[in-house]
Write a protein that binds this ligand. Structure first.
Ligand code: NAD
Length: 381
């Protein structure tokens, strides 16, 4: 088995750097059979963004503004692509067609049509491993929830609540950026940015929405343009999705909340599964805690377990320590490298077909809000 996977990074901004930092601390993983990502090529229009990589990673031998140069290089095996949404379609299709493995950022296309083009490219290249970034399910508390749900410990599901909330947009003086512009970020707005994070576990558990009723809000409609004026801010700030799901025990609602304007929330990712036999919850706000409730008749009490650092892929970090965002990124990357190398993992990275479902759900949500009605996902073509 290969000991390393040579990577190119296309888009060297916020998330490109997160990957680089995860690759730089691969020795934190206790397992030695997982091939190490080695960054050999970088692409960004911004020279300073590339310089972060060339200054910190002596392995970088290609630094370019044109990603096609990286796709033509024989000594690059895989690509991490973290570009603005408007560029996903072309870049992802080109990467997949080049035959290189790819971890692409969400939402995997600015809209449904872009996602369909990416899915079509994947179909013609079954030899390529393609996954989408989603790190939060790798928190140990979330993994414990997944394990217990998969064991069927919930019994009949009452409801599921999954959310990803931020508050940074409460600040009306925050200048507009590409993530607040429909033409670059997409019409989904907050759903495109945050939705897949909240959908990864529900979709993987097989909770597939049949219908959705959506309430979407635009709260701050203009922002400083950074040049002394104001610019329209037309993306959705907050979205509440009420989905109808079904499993062997019957129907239940799945609530998906994605908010950029949620007082007090910072990177607040959470999931709660309420069942007749047991309920479970985890929130990245309290990363050490896994909560469970087993009913004893009339009264119930939530129990908090301090779960510590017990990640899916073991690390040298003592289990008595805390787990955080950058640890979840490392776990996601280790999982992706396992999947590329054919090493089995209990819980895999977000799959392309899950992004396709997300696009159908979010397109249905746009229709639902516009027409003020519940929309069947089967209506979306
Ligand atoms: N997984 C997560 O938790 C998470 C968090 C934030 C963003 N994201 C996703 O990551 C992706 C990138 O977001 P980001 O926050 O890193 O954005 P960013 O703006 O920090 O970085 C994007 C980079 O792309 C570069 N770029 C733009 N056009 C380019 C072109 N034509 N060729 C080469 N480079 C170009 C920019 O110069 C910039 O450095 C998006 O899809 C976003 O939704 C994921």
């Amino acid at each position: 088995m290969k000991k390393q996977i040579n990577f190119a990074v296309i888009g060297c901004g916020l998330m490109g750097r997160e990957f680089a930092c995860a690759a730089a601390r691969w020795c934190q993983l206790s397992r030695t059979d997982i091939p190490k990502p080695v960054i050999v090529g970088v692409c960004d229009l911004n020279e300073d963004a590339r310089r972060y990589f060339t200054d910190n990673f002596p392995t970088v031998k290609y630094s370019t503004t044109d990603y096609h140069e990286l796709l033509a290089a024989d000594d690059i095996d895989a690509v991490y692509v973290a570009l603005p949404h408007v560029m996903h379609k072309q870049a992802y299709v080109d990467i997949i067609n080049s035959g290189k493995h790819m971890l692409g950022e969400k939402p995997f296309g600015i809209d449904l049509e872009a996602n369909k083009a990416i899915m079509a490219a994947i179909k013609t290249h079954p030899e390529v491993i393609v996954r989408c970034s989603s790190e939060f399910p790798f928190f140990p508390g979330a993994q414990e929830l997944i394990r217990r749900v998969k064991n069927g410990e919930c019994g009949q599901i009452i409801e599921v609540r999954s959310a990803f909330c931020h508050s940074s947009d409460m600040d009306r003086t925050k200048p507009i950026n590409w993530k607040r512009k429909i033409e670059v970020n997409g019409e989904y707005g907050c759903m495109g940015d945050l939705g897949l994070h909240a959908e990864h576990i529900p979709f993987r558990m097989g909770w597939i929405p049949e219908t959705v009723y959506a309430s979407l809000s635009k709260i701050v409609t203009e922002r400083p343009d950074g040049k002394g004026g104001m610019a329209p801010c037309l993306t959705w700030d907050n979205a509440h999705l009420v989905c109808k799901c079904k499993d062997a025990n019957g129907e239940f609602p799945l609530y998906i909340d994605t908010k950029r304007i949620c007082p007090g929330a910072t990177d607040s990712w959470s999931i709660q599964v309420d069942g007749m036999d047991a309920s479970f919850r985890f929130s990245a706000d309290d990363p050490n805690a896994f909560w469970y409730l087993e009913p004893y008749g009339r009264e119930q009490a939530w129990c908090r377990v301090d779960i510590g650092s017990r990640p899916m892929i073991p690390t040298v970090t003592g289990s008595i320590f805390q787990f955080g965002f950058t640890d979840s990124i490392l776990q996601m990357w280790a999982t992706f490298c396992c999947e590329v190398a054919g090493i089995e993992v209990p819980f895999g990275c977000l799959r392309p077909e899950e992004t396709a479902l997300s696009h159908i759900l979010q397109t249905a949500a746009l229709i639902s809000h516009r027409e003020n009605r519940a929309v069947k996902l089967s209506e979306v073509k």
